[in-house]
Design a binder for this molecule. Structure first.
Ligand SMILES: *Cc1c(COP(=O)(O)O)cnc(C)c1O
Length: 385
């Protein structure tokens, strides 16, 4: 089905941060398949983990114990606020699981009327019926019938609007610590802290959608760690499998107490192949010094892109982000910058708010960053003249 407006290009090989197209060109991949190939392409440790598991066992279903999945859950719990993990196959499913878990928590507490979630303008949470209702994009909902009930949207960062819209029916708050599709819009850390305080005051659960920001993307394992706030639930996917589809919902024991056998499930979720890949991603991301390097590279990207803003203010308005997640807010159409960068051999991703997204693989080094910046500078020069 023609559900995508595709760029006329196909790739046949990848190596680290580079992609090679079928017509023989080399590209620097600073889109990483929309923040998915966190360790770049053809990473030897991931390839070995995948092929070893492929030679042993692919799938058994969640009717049985899956040791690789158990190990992955143990590691996610050890390194986060969470006590429990549910595995699925995509970001939308991870958000959907989080929504269900939050509703179930209140109904288990004897408050089934508390089912509404406060969500934010500019947000994106996926493409299932519930997640398009949670997201803020009208175009994603158009033509798909009555929206799933239970989502109230307020301005991103506005605590007064949060307080005003909360009612006896509110169950929780869901927010991306940095809006990704919305245009790399970081939430103010104080706003996240205020949300935590408010949720505690009135008995709401706080959920962070970390599908794009998680698994080291911002230089911490989870982006919310920058704010010091402890959530009740988070969703993860994208980078978690390094390119193999897997999603996860992480929650505290209290928040997930309503999830008992039979309440939720997934045929594929956390199968041996997917769990082996995600474990291999964690092997690398949790290595000593890995995230420190992501932070260092992030600082370099910020410095270099900020330079471009100063040099080409008529083309680039501002730069925002954290770690390996950056957005250039443009003064010319973002799609034109993305297309021009592609001509020069650099892959980026457009986002809302006229932003060009940089989502390099977390293994990108200084030379890769400089290569990308040179290309963006060429683009900016062309648009400036
Ligand atoms: C990409 C994304 C999703 C949806 O993930 P899919 O794997 O496409 O279903 C949900 N939330 C956020 C924040 C995302 O960036």
């Amino acid at each position: 089905m023609p559900s995508y407006g595709r760029t006329d290009i196909a790739f046949e090989k990848g190596e680290g941060p580079y992609l090679y197209s079928s017509d023989g060109r080399k590209y620097l991949d600073f889109g990483a398949g929309i923040a998915v190939t966190a360790l770049g392409h053809n990473h030897p440790h991931l390839v070995k983990a995948l092929t070893d598991q492929a030679n042993a066992l692919w799938h058994t279903s969640n009717l049985y114990h899956i040791p690789q999945q158990q190990r992955l859950a143990d590691r996610l719990v050890e390194t986060s606020f969470a006590d429990r993990v549910f595995f699925c196959n995509s970001g939308a499913e991870a958000v959907e699981a989080s929504i269900k878990l939050i509703r179930k928590y209140h109904s288990t507490n004897g408050n089934p009327e508390r089912y509404r979630l406060i969500a934010f303008e500019g947000s994106f949470h996926g493409r299932t019926l519930a997640t398009i209702a949670a997201g803020a994009n009208d175009a994603h909902r158009a033509g798909f019938g009555p929206a799933v009930d239970g989502f109230d949207h307020v301005a991103f960062g506005n605590m007064n609007e949060v307080r005003n819209i909360a009612s006896e029916e509110t169950a929780g708050v869901m927010i991306e610590p940095i809006q990704g599709e919305g245009g790399i819009r970081p939430a103010d850390h104080q706003f996240l802290r205020d949300l935590r305080t408010f949720c505690d005051e009135v008995g709401l659960l706080l959920m962070f959608d970390e599908v794009q920001t998680g698994v080291g993307r911002t230089g911490r394992l989870w982006a919310h760690q920058w704010s010091g706030v402890t959530p009740d639930v988070i969703s993860s996917a994208k980078g978690l499998g390094g390119g193999f589809p897997i999603g996860a919902c992480l929650a505290t024991a209290e928040a997930s107490k309503g999830i008992i056998p039979g309440t939720h499930g997934s045929t594929f979720g956390g199968n041996p192949l997917a769990a082996a890949c995600a474990n291999a991603v964690l092997d690398v991301v949790l290595e000593d010094g890995f995230l420190e390097r992501v932070i260092k590279m992030g600082e370099l990207i910020e410095k270099e892109l900020t330079n471009l803003v100063l040099q080409y203010p008529k083309v680039i308005k501002s730069v925002r982000g954290e770690g390996m997640m950056w957005g250039l807010k443009c003064e010319v159409p973002n799609s034109e910058i993305v297309a021009k960068a592609l001509d020069y051999g650099l892959l980026t991703v457009p986002a809302g708010d006229n932003v060009v997204r940089f989502l390099p693989p977390l293994i990108a080094d200084e030379s890769h960053v400089r290569e990308a910046v040179v290309i963006i500078e060429h683009c900016a020069q062309e648009f400036a003249t």
